[in-house]
Design a protein around this ligand. Structure first.
Ligand SMILES: [Zn+2]
Length: 368
C-alpha cells in the first residue's frame, strides 16, 4: 500500500511540474531551459525532462533561431506551441452566437460569428445554431492542424460554473424554468467537454491574461452590451461568490423609481441611461466594498473611449471616500467585442495547462 501511495504522489508531482513549466511559458513567453529552471526553482535536469515530455505532447516547441551568441541546443528558446492544441470558446449572447479557437501561443486561429436576435427563441434552437458554428470552427481548426482540448461557453446570465447550468438569462428571456441547459445540450449534441460560465467573468479572465488586467492585481471589469455584467478580480483571482453569481452590476439599483427591469426590479443600471454618472453610481458601492485598483470598461463602454472612462473616474472620485488618497482609475478595455470569447477559449485551454497529461503523447507505442 505504501509503495502505491508513493507512486501516486510522484505522478501528481510530475503533473504539477509539467503544469508549472507550461503555465510559465504560456504566461511569460519563450525562454531558454536555463531561464525556466531559474524562474520556476526546478533543477535544469528536471526542466529538460519536463520540456521533453511537453514537446512529445506537442504542447511546447523548440524555436528555430538560437539567440545571438549561443550555439545549438543550450541556447535555444522553447515556447508554448502554436497550432497544435487549441481551446474552443463559444458564446451565446442576445444578438449573436460565436465560436473562437485560440492556441497555446495566444494566437486566435478561428473566429466565426452569426448575428441574429436570440431573445425569446427556444434554447434548443439557439443551441442548434451554435452547434453548427462550433463544428465549422472545429473543422477549420483541424484543417490548420489544431485539435481542441475542451470548450467553454460564455452565457449572459447566472451560471453555475461547476455544472454549467444556466439558471436565468433575463435579456434572452430565458428564465430557467424550461430546463435551459445549453452546455448540457451541446454535450449531448456531440461536443465533448463543454463547460459554461458567465460572459463577464470570462471577459475579466481575458483581461487578466491579455489586456490591461496584466498590470493590475485587483480590478472590476464592466461588460457593456444589451445587458451589463461585471467580473471582479481580487488579488489575481476571479471572485465568483458562493454560487458563481457574483458581479451582477447591471442589477444594482440606480433609481428605485426608475423604469422596470427584466429582473423584476426598477431603476437597475441596465435600464438606466448608462451615462458616466449612472455607471459611477452603480460602481460606488462596489468600490467601497472591494477597493479595486481600477475599473476596466469593456464592450460598448470601451467603444466610448478614454474620455468617457475619465468621466466615470471623476464621478467616482466625488462619490467614494478613499479617492482623496488614491484617485479612481477607469480605463477602456483594449480587447474589443471578443473579450468574453477570448476568455472562454482561454478557460478551455487552461484545463490543458492545469494538467498537460490530458493531452496524449502522439505516436506513443501502445503498451501491451
Ligand atoms: Zn435589474
Amino acid at each position: 500500500v505504501a509503495r502505491k501511495l508513493v507512486a501516486m504522489d510522484l505522478g501528481d508531482l510530475r503533473r504539477h511540474h509539467l503544469s508549472l513549466v507550461l503555465d510559465h511559458l504560456v504566461r511569460e513567453g519563450p525562454r531558454s531551459r536555463a531561464r525556466l529552471a531559474a524562474e520556476t526553482g526546478l533543477t535544469k535536469k528536471t526542466v529538460s525532462a519536463l520540456v521533453a515530455d511537453l514537446i512529445d505532447r506537442e504542447l511546447v516547441e523548440e524555436l528555430d533561431t538560437p539567440r545571438p551568441g549561443t550555439v545549438g541546443r543550450p541556447g535555444t528558446d522553447v515556447a508554448a506551441a502554436g497550432r497544435t492544441v487549441g481551446g474552443l470558446g463559444l458564446e451565446i449572447n442576445v444578438d449573436y452566437v460565436a465560436a473562437y479557437v485560440l492556441d497555446l501561443s495566444g494566437e486566435v486561429c478561428v473566429r466565426h460569428r452569426s448575428d441574429g436576435d436570440n431573445r425569446g427563441v427556444p434554447t434548443d434552437r439557439v443551441v442548434r445554431r451554435l452547434r453548427r458554428l462550433a463544428m465549422a470552427a472545429l473543422d477549420a481548426a483541424a484543417a490548420r492542424g489544431i485539435r481542441c482540448a475542451g470548450a467553454t461557453l460564455a452565457l449572459p446570465g447566472l451560471v453555475d460554473p461547476t455544472s454549467g447550468t444556466l439558471f436565468v438569462a433575463p435579456n434572452l428571456h430565458w428564465l430557467g424554468d424550461q430546463g435551459d441547459a445549453p452546455a448540457e445540450a451541446l454535450r449531448l449534441a456531440g461536443l465533448d467537454a463543454v463547460r459554461a460560465d458567465n460572459e463577464a467573468n470570462l471577459a475579466a479572465l481575458a483581461e487578466l491574461r491579455f489586456g490591461v488586467g496584466r498590470r493590475l492585481s485587483s480590478f472590476v471589469y464592466v461588460s457593456g452590451g444589451i445587458g451589463i455584467g461585471a467580473g471582479v478580480v481580487l488579488d489575481g483571482r476571479l471572485l465568483r461568490g458562493a454560487h458563481g453569481f457574483a458581479g451582477e452590476l447591471g442589477h444594482v439599483v440606480i433609481d428605485p423609481a426608475g423604469p422596470p427591469c427584466a429582473c423584476g426590479a426598477r431603476g437597475c443600471l441596465e435600464v438606466s441611461d448608462r451615462s458616466p454618472l449612472a455607471v459611477a453610481t452603480a460602481l460606488r458601492s462596489l468600490v467601497h466594498l472591494l477597493d479595486p485598483e481600477a475599473v476596466v470598461l469593456g464592450g460598448t463602454f470601451a467603444t466610448l473611449g478614454e474620455a468617457n472612462a475619465g468621466e466615470v473616474a471623476r464621478h467616482l472620485d466625488r462619490l467614494t471616500l478613499g479617492a482623496r488618497w488614491h484617485p479612481s482609475l477607469a480605463v477602456p478595455s483594449t480587447l474589443g467585442a471578443d473579450a468574453a470569447l477570448l476568455g472562454a477559449a482561454t478557460a478551455a485551454l487552461d484545463r490543458v495547462v492545469a494538467d498537460p497529461t490530458i493531452v496524449p503523447i502522439l505516436n506513443e507505442e501502445p503498451s501491451a
